[in-house]
Each structure stands twice: as structure tokens, then as C-alpha cells.
Design a protein around this ligand. Structure first.
Ligand SMILES: Nc1ncnc2c1ncn2[C@@H]1O[C@H](COP(=O)(O)O)[C@@H](OP(=O)(O)O)[C@H]1O
Ligand SMILES: [Mg+2]
Length: 376
């Protein structure tokens, strides 16, 4: 069976994403506590990059340990150019600490920790090992260490996304969402109340969602509390898309930043289709998670013309939605093409993810009707 082919890969990937979430939570808490009033100062930026590089190093190291460095290809967002400069030595030291503190916890996640702390050059090596550009042949891991940088800085939603592409198709997806609780309606509740990390009760832990292609099943696990052991399946629950197909009742999500997606174009489409609710604006791939979990029905993303979407911003989320029963295509109704390197080449205008066929068909029709008069 197709989904049994990646059993070990999935098992390792899920555990590694849990570890990465643990790392991110620690850095995000530090960020919020040191600078609670100021959003996005220079210090915040450096903490964000600490999280990005540290997650990339951790994931790269753990995958190499599990499968052999020579056997794996990793496509990921970060490189080591900035980090290797002399003026980055303080950040580099923070990365080394964060990675080693995280790797020391590996046994809690059922993985092996290194015999001794990794050296700076081992960590730089692990980061720069993620230099693959993917493509149509062979297996490639695809990693976005911290997706939704702005959400991360603001104590809001962000995600750790790890997927695998095999011969051009996404076959495995894991999405860690540290601020998206497993409880029903976790996203709406949190967004409406605009809770900050410091205010979230420890019982409301985040979630990790995962799936494999062809399984027809997407799963969700809670993150584990401090000092708890991760034990497979770690209370995994099946998740499923919403059955709502009436546009008047549907919720649609989109990026918070209008530079990442044209809010006025999507408002026009929403109006044409008869969507009534206000858009749910959420940072990061948590939007895909919301569709897969049935908390929203539609995700629209229309970047400005000329912007090329990157595979790590979509791979894990797209598969989660599809295996939970939903549909994801470009605005022309064609599947996204993950086989052509780091970009979603050939993407027709924008991305539409839906809980079901009926809504999807209506949206494609509305985009078609609105396009000529838009400025995109
Ligand atoms: N002009 C643009 N248009 C569309 N997406 C963009 C963009 N600039 C950056 N992005 C991508 O949008 C992602 C965030 O998505 P969202 O807006 O849905 O939260 C970013 O991921 P990172 O935060 O990992 O850099 C980045 O890759
Ligand atoms: Mg991203």
C-alpha cells in the first residue's frame, strides 16, 4: 500500500517536527518576554533568525542521523551566508546553544541525542546541507523551519513545515502549529481574543498534523508538555474537512499581510460567490491546517504578479488538506506542480484550497469572472 511505503520517514518526521516546535516555543517565549511592547525591533529579528537557523540545523541533523547524510536531499529556506559572517558571531552562538539544548531533549521524543554537543562547524554544516533544489526525480525533503515569520514575532500563529517530494509529488506532510490548540475551534477562539503566547494556558498546547499521500487520512496530535515523553501515536486523532458547502455559511482564510495576497481581489471573489463571513486572516500554513481540520472551508492566496510561490510554503499543507478530503489547485483549477525546483512554476494566478468540490467550482468560476477587471 502506498502509505506504508513511508512509515519510517513519517515516524521520524513527526518526532522531529515536535522537537522543532519545542525549540520554537522556547525562542518565541524569550522573544515575547524580552520585548513585549515592541513588535519587530532589531532584536526580534535576530531571535526569529535564531529560530529559523536552529530548526533547520536540528531537522537536518536528525534526518541525517536517521537516514544517512549521503542518502538525503533537503530543500529548505535558510542558507549559512549571513550566519557565517564575523558580525553574526553572537547570533551563531545563540543558534549553537538552541540546537544543542533541543538535541539534548531528543530522547523525550523517542529519538537519539548526539553523544556530545555539536560543534559550531557541525551545526553550520547541517544548515548548509539543506542546499538541494528539488526537482522531478528522486526523494527530497522540503522544510520551512519557521513559516509565518511575522506571526512568530508577534506571538501569533506560525508553523514548522516538513514534507517529502518523491519523483515530483508530495508524498508526506507534517505541519507543526505550536499556537494552534487541538481543541475544536482553537483558531477562531484564539484569533478573536487576540491572545498572546504569555496568556495561553499551558493546557492549550499546540498541535502537529501529518499525513501520507493516498492514505485518505490526516491526523492531529497535541504537542507534549515539558517533561512528558512522546509515545506514538501520542493521542493522534483523525481530522477531516468541513462538510459545509453553502457559501453563506463558509469561512474563508487568507494571509494577514496584504502584500502576500490581494485582499481586495479576494473580497470581490468572496462577494461574487456569496460568502458572508469576514475573512479569517491568519499567518502561515496554519491556514491549510484550518481547512484540513474543518474550521474553515476556503483558503485563497493571490500574490502580486511576478511573485513566485515557493514549494516549502505549501507542500505539507496541501497534502494535509487533500488527504483530509479537500481540494487544492491554482486559480485555473490545475494541481500545484512540486516537481520543478524550489518554485511552484507555472502557477496560474493564485492558489485556492477548499473543503469540497462544490465550493471550489464556484470559486474558480468567480475568479474567472473577476480577473479581467482586477489589477493583478
Ligand atoms: N510578496 C509575497 N507574496 C506572497 N507570499 C510572500 C511574499 N513575500 C513572502 N511571502 C511568503 O509568505 C509566507 C508567509 O505566508 P502568510 O502570508 O500566509 O503568512 C512567507 O513565509 P516565511 O514567513 O516563512 O518567510 C513567505 O515565503
Ligand atoms: Mg514560509
Amino acid at each position: 500500500m502506498e502509505n506504508q511505503k513511508y512509515t519510517k520517514e513519517l515516524n521520524v518526521a513527526v518526532r522531529v517536527v515536535h522537537m522543532a516546535c519545542f525549540l520554537c516555543e522556547k525562542v518565541q517565549k524569550q522573544l515575547i518576554s524580552t520585548n513585549s511592547d515592541q513588535v519587530k525591533s532589531k532584536d526580534d529579528d535576530s531571535l526569529v533568525t535564531v529560530a529559523d537557523w536552529s530548526v533547520q540545523a536540528t531537522v537536518s541533523w536528525m534526518l541525517s542521523e536517521a537516514f544517512g547524510a549521503e542518502n538525503i536531499s533537503i530543500v529548505a529556506e535558510e542558507d549559512v551566508q549571513t550566519l557565517s559572517k564575523s558580525e553574526s558571531s553572537a547570533i551563531l552562538a545563540m543558534v549553537v546553544t538552541a540546537v544543542n539544548e533541543c538535541l539534548a531533549e531528543a530522547p523525550r521524543f523517542g529519538l537519539q541525542r548526539p553523544d556530545k554537543a555539536l560543534t559550531t562547524s557541525q551545526i553550520l554544516n547541517a544548515i548548509s546541507q539543506c542546499n538541494s533544489t528539488g526537482g522531478p526525480l528522486g526523494q527530497h525533503w522540503v522544510l520551512d523551519p519557521v513559516d509565518g515569520t511575522l506571526g512568530f514575532v508577534r506571538g501569533d500563529q506560525y508553523a514548522v513545515a516538513l514534507a517529502m517530494i518523491d519523483n515530483g509529488e508530495v508524498v508526506l506532510g507534517v505541519l507543526g502549529c505550536p499556537n494552534y490548540p487541538v481543541k475544536d475551534d482553537g483558531l477562531n477562539r484564539k484569533s478573536q481574543q487576540n491572545l498572546r503566547v504569555s496568556e495561553i494556558s499551558s493546557a492549550e498546547v499546540g498541535s502537529v498534523m501529518y499525513t501520507t499521500k493516498g492514505s485518505g487520512k490526516s491526523w492531529m496530535q497535541p504537542l507534549i508538555h515539558r517533561d512528558m515523553m512522546f509515545e506514538w501515536p501520542n493521542s493522534a486523532k483523525l481530522i477531516r474537512v468541513s462538510s459545509v458547502d453553502d457559501p453563506a455559511l463558509a469561512t474563508f482564510c487568507e494571509p494577514v499581510e496584504k502584500t502576500n495576497s490581494d485582499h481586495s481581489f479576494t473580497a470581490g471573489v468572496a462577494n461574487t460567490v456569496g460568502l458572508r463571513k469576514k475573512p479569517l486572516r491568519v499567518y502561515s500554513m496554519v491556514k491549510y491546517a484550518a481547512i484540513a481540520r474543518g474550521e474553515a472551508e476556503i483558503y485563497m492566496r493571490f500574490a502580486r504578479s511576478g511573485y513566485k510561490e515557493k514549494i516549502w510554503d505549501h507542500a505539507a499543507g496541501v497534502l494535509l488538506v487533500q488527504e483530509a478530503g479537500g481540494m487544492v489547485t491554482d486559480a485555473g483549477g490545475r494541481p500545484l506542480d512540486f516537481s520543478r525546483g524550489i518554485y511552484l512554476e507555472g502557477l496560474d494566478r493564485g492558489i485556492i484550497a477548499c473543503s469540497g468540490f462544490k465550493l471550489h467550482e464556484k470559486l474558480i468560476g468567480a475568479v474567472y469572472a473577476s480577473w479581467e477587471s482586477s489589477n493583478l
